[in-house]
Design a protein around this ligand. Sequence first.
Ligand code: FAD
Length: 459
Amino acid sequence: MSKYNYDLFVIGAGSGGVRAARIAASYGAKVGVAEEYRVGGTCVIRGCVPKKLFVYASHYSEEFEEAAGFGWTVGERSFDWKTLVANKDKEIDRLNGIYIRNLEKAGVEIIQSRATVRDAHTVRLEAEDREVTAERILIAVGATPYMPDVPGIEHAISSNEAFHLEELPKRIVVVGGGYIAVEFAGIFNGLGVETKQLYRGPLFMRGFDDDLREMLAEEMMKKGVGLRMNSDIASIVKKDGELELTLTSGEILKTDAVMYATGRIPLTRGLGLEEAGVKLGKSGQVIVDEYSKTSVDSIYAVGDVTDRANLTPVAIREGHAFADTVYGGKDVKVDHSIIPTAVFSQPEMGTVGLTEAQARERGEIDLYKTAFRGLKNTLSGSQERTFMKLVVDAKTDKVLGVHILGQGAGELIQAVGIAVTMGATKAQFDATIAVHPTAAEELVTLREKWQAPLVKAAS
Ligand code: FAD
């Protein structure tokens, strides 16, 4: 008999926590999990899944327009926000149910409560006003939107609220320059909302390849998003049923809603971690080793709370690796060096491996680039361009990075990610027979190295 109530107690039933709990239980561990909101976590309840459903909804306006070039006459159109939200909620409820059933089937005990850490082996269940003990504790509490300290910030929303707005605003200002900001700017714009996006730096989407960042900005503006770089809000005032935003430049903008997507912070405040001896980083993230172990031997952490790569598949992989290692007798570490990822901006971005700038820091590279209007757009009338770029190690011929902007880039990058993860060379890309007619065939037919113009062409 163990001297603890559980072998493993997981705090947070999101992407990482659910996977770790399920796999640990499958190895025979007695597992409990506490969730303060809804099982499934951010991705399922108010992240990836509802976001992608909204992205699909927002594409239709453009698709109706484009259909004309193919001979279609599309009649009277109207959009009902409430229907979209209700249908989305139904799907989220369904997924939430599946997550609960899967945990139960695996023998995991779910406790609906906020949980905090008392010491290396004790968890306090706030809703039930009791404590439980566990041989090991896994922190998988995720992160929450960061809302800056701007006067009037109480009038702003974050992505959390965007999923449940009572009414679709007529005008919105999205603040931020990361993937959540560009995705929501695209969603609102596509749904017919007059959308502006402000970013305080010179160019948004930091960390992504510079060519993609620049082209995404151009394409978003073509679609009607009022993008403003080097721009930020100094204050927000509610006046006569609308919001008056004073920008740091002094300019005044009027709008119906403001959404901040200015980063997310690990949810470690008040969790009792530091008191239990767990080391936290500058932004409150839990510091872990390559096995996701914290500075306390019996406490582990996975997912966004560790701020390694804040994506669902990464949290899942970390949770699975933890369970395999600790309960399955395997030695599994997660390799964070190559992570294919998509941004569901409009147009979409897909990226894997090193950016041009990162690769240049490591050595000599060859570049292959192409920008074109896809076949569909010859009839659709859309001016949207597709862009692809390969970053290749000049010495070894290994493809170090692939960066795509355009329709289907998210789907495409998953497959390209296999090749890049396997260490494919440019010669192997070239040896692959093209699929015609697709946009993707460009990836295996790019032969000419891209040469930077010596003198910038006069414009
Ligand atoms: P979470 O999924 O956040 O789960 C943490 C859980 O812990 C939550 O359910 C929370 O309620 C619970 N919790 C917190 N504190 C406590 C406590 N003290 N006691 C009990 N329970 C607690 N990733 C992608 O890969 N692709 C995407 O397209 C994508 N889109 C996104 C869009 C948005 C708008 C957002 C916000 C995120 C998106 N993400 C996306 C990121 C993804 O959602 C996260 O990386 C992922 O959910 C992290 O999983 P996690 O297990 O670390 O945390």
